[in-house]
Design a protein around this ligand. Structure first.
Ligand SMILES: Nc1ncnc2c1ncn2[C@@H]1O[C@H](COP(=O)(O)OP(=O)(O)OP(=O)(O)O)[C@@H](O)[C@H]1O
Length: 322
């Protein structure tokens, strides 16, 4: 069996009094994509930068492909990097930008260009090889940055918000391309993102960070469907995280709320949305927020709505939001 593409062991880093990362241990299996999620400032980029060798950890270890690289400089770690601003060299052609990595690693010009051309084909841009970065659209530049990471043939790709500068249409398009691409190249991928759709679309595994620490990790679907705590649920966008006594919270998934049957409850607010309405309902469990489709809005009777909560789907977790 192949060693993991990446393992971090208890990586820690402080900037003055800010503990940006504390004992972060992660594994990215070979060929697997792990999404690192968390609010702004929680330490995601710091972890990525320590893995890339751009930041020196105060403590802990980084292994890439089973090799301890903690003491090695970035260029000796053999990772493919894509950052938010994708930093292409403006004076080099697209082909030379993409060939830069292989050239730096000692490939002859012809071989490096061959690899670059292959990588440009992988990102669907083979015809733009002679352009300069200034002549590319945002989406094209983003693809070139990806091609540059792919051309390194690295077993580990490090992507920091790789789609953040693109509009929604391009993001959606690249999201599905990337999933295929990761599968084809077979590299391990550590993906930093704050976009949950992106995480679910691209990553099989997810890790959630809060204030420098990993608070939950596992299969991405599992993390989204079964948040370990109230804070994780709220961060992942759960609408109904209901406070209980004794430091607990109830997580009520939307699919647990069955409309049009059961008792009638009073609506305490209504807001029109593109799809229908967002309403809140005074329920004995607490104020339930529901996103209703136009058809479901038709179930509202005066100022009330009939509903039943399937309690088997409600989870009780620790309320660690304070
Ligand atoms: N070079 C630095 N010097 C001082 N503080 C830093 C430095 N880099 C990061 N920090 C601090 O460390 C913490 C973690 O920052 P980091 O950039 O890793 O967060 P992040 O989760 O990637 O945030 P974002 O999603 O906004 O990019 C923040 O409080 C940040 O201000």
């Amino acid at each position: 069996m192949l060693p993991p593409a990446l393992t971090t062991h208890h990586l820690s880093k402080a900037f003055g009094s800010v503990q940006a990362a504390h004992a972060v241990s992660l594994t990215v299996a070979a060929g697997e994509t792990l999404a690192l999620l968390g609010p702004s400032g929680c330490g995601k980029s710091t972890v990525l930068r320590m893995v890339a060798g751009l930041e020196r950890p105060d403590a802990g270890r980084v292994e890439i492909g089973g090799r301890d690289v903690t003491a090695l400089p970035p260029e000796a770690r053999h990772t493919g990097l894509v950052f938010q601003d994708y930093a292409l060299f403006p004076h080099l052609s697209v082909l030379d930008n993409v060939a830069y990595g292989p050239r730096m690693r000692g490939a002859a010009r012809a071989e490096a260009h061959g690899r670059a051309q292959e990588a440009l084909t992988l990102v669907n841009l083979p015809e733009l090889a002679t352009r300069k970065p200034g002549q590319l659209s945002g989406g094209q530049a983003q693809r070139v940055a990806l091609a540059r990471a792919l051309a390194t043939n690295s077993p580990l790709l490090l992507l920091d918000e790789p789609l953040s500068n693109l509009d929604e249409r391009l993001r959606a398009e690249l999201r599905s391309d990337l999933r295929d691409l990761f599968r084809r190249v077979g590299a391990g991928v550590l993906l930093v993102t704050h976009d949950q759709r992106e995480a679910l679309a691209l990553a099989g595994q997810a890790a959630v960070m809060r204030a420098g620490q990993i608070v939950q990790t596992g299969a991405a679907r599992e993390v989204f469907d079964r948040p370990a705590t109230a804070w994780v649920a709220a961060f992942l966008g759960w609408a109904n995280v209901l406070e209980r006594d004794g430091g607990q919270a109830l997580l009520v998934p939307e699919k647990a709320v069955l409309l049009g049957k059961g008792d009638m409850f009073t609506l305490t607010s209504r807001h029109a949305t593109e799809a229908g309405e967002t309403v809140t309902v005074a329920h004995p469990l607490g104020q339930l927020t529901l996103n209703l489709s136009a058809r479901e809005v038709g179930l509202i009777d005066g100022q009330g709505l009939r509903l039943e909560v399937a309690m088997t789907q409600v989870q009780e977790v620790i309320d660690d939001r304070a």
